[in-house]
Design a protein around this ligand. Structure first.
Ligand SMILES: [Zn+2]
Length: 63
């Protein structure tokens, strides 16, 4: 599944280009303000996305 990350600095939303299938921690550079976003995907995030409970985990949203 794919994630959309909202920048904490400018609010720009950007999709992660690759699929995320396991818990991981990575950095993403905002395309708008070039701030570095630290994104942490947990097991809980993945389970919530798979079960589509409607619960949104900020700042990562699943699409
Ligand atoms: Zn930004």
């Amino acid at each position: 599944m794919r994630a959309v990350v909202t920048c904490e600095c400018c609010g720009h939303r950007q999709a992660i280009a690759r699929q995320i299938v396991r818990p991981e921690l990575f950095n993403l550079v905002c395309h708008s303000c070039e701030g570095v976003l630290r994104v942490e995907v947990t097991v809980g995030d993945l389970q919530a996305a798979q079960h589509a409970t409607g619960k949104k985990t900020q700042p990562v949203a699943w699409v």
